[in-house]
Design a protein. Structure first.
Length: 258
């Protein structure tokens, strides 16, 4: 119960909108029998024949997040892509506010935007996924892929790198009258096999609770991958975005998006 309460508090961290995991993972699943969804608890059951059960490795094409729809949807992570992770296409936490946050410092607006519904307003389409680790206690990751004009995608990466360098002292951001603070913004060394990437860590705080968040933004052509990780079992414990998850997401983009 304390873990669920802590996760609910983390979900209220405005404007960390996409992370609202409930419960925590163990090697055998969560306290509720399911791995957490960083965008909120599931509201609908898995489709018949799906492989969404905790501990299942899944089979692509018969999962709870089938490869249908747009190229971007096909390029997003789905259940069965990686052993040891529960991947959900359910919507974000219903209690989280909508929209793009506004930073109190102009130089930090790109970092505030990343915490919103999409990486920034120039995104043409965004597909979100919630990922829960079944091997690292409490690790929850919000993953998204977004389509851009290639020049817009390149400019976003440039703005993010400049913002990380300029905003080490932190900033505040507000969405729907909810304000969160972001302190200790620090660049992180995170290597990927994509065209470009930027990574940083931050301590997010709102309503008396704080959490360490690790963010990775990756550009592959005109596609932007956004990954945000935290530990919902212990908000003060640092949770890093796993490299195998990033590598798999980049691989799927290369295979499905031209």
């Amino acid at each position: 119960m304390r873990m669920k309460a802590r996760a609910a508090l983390v979900a209220s961290l405005a404007p960390v909108l996409l992370i609202g995991a409930v419960g925590c993972t163990t090697a055998g699943g969560s306290a509720t029998g399911r791995s957490p969804d960083p965008k909120g608890p599931a509201t609908t059951p898995a489709a018949p024949g799906s492989t969404g059960a905790p501990g299942s490795t899944g089979t692509p094409g018969t999962s709870a997040t089938p490869r249908t729809g747009s190229a971007l949807e096909k390029g997003a992570l789905e259940q069965g892509d990686l052993v040891g992770y529960q991947i959900s296409a359910q919507g974000k936490n219903p209690n989280a506010p909508d929209g793009q946050p506004r930073a109190d410092k102009k130089a930090c607006q790109p970092l505030a935007d990343v915490m919103g519904d999409k990486p920034d307003p120039a995104a043409r389409e965004t597909v979100n996924r919630g990922v829960g680790s079944q091997t690292q206690l409490g690790l929850a990751i919000s993953a998204s892929v977004s389509s851009y004009a290639e020049n817009d995608a390149k400019q976003l990466m440039t703005r993010l790198k400049a913002a990380v360098a300029a905003c080490g002292a932190g900033f505040n951001a507000t969405v729907q009258k909810q304000t969160g603070s972001y302190r200790e913004v620090k660049a992180a060394d995170y290597r990927t096999g994509a065209d470009d990437s930027v990574s940083w860590t931050v301590v997010a705080a709102a309503q008396g609770v704080s959490a360490h968040v690790h963010l990775v933004l990756v550009r592959q052509g005109s596609t932007i991958v956004r990954l945000m990780a935290l530990n919902v079992a212990d908000a003060q414990r640092k949770g890093d975005v796993p490299h195998d998850l990033t590598d798999k997401q980049i691989q799927k983009i290369k295979q499905n998006i031209r």
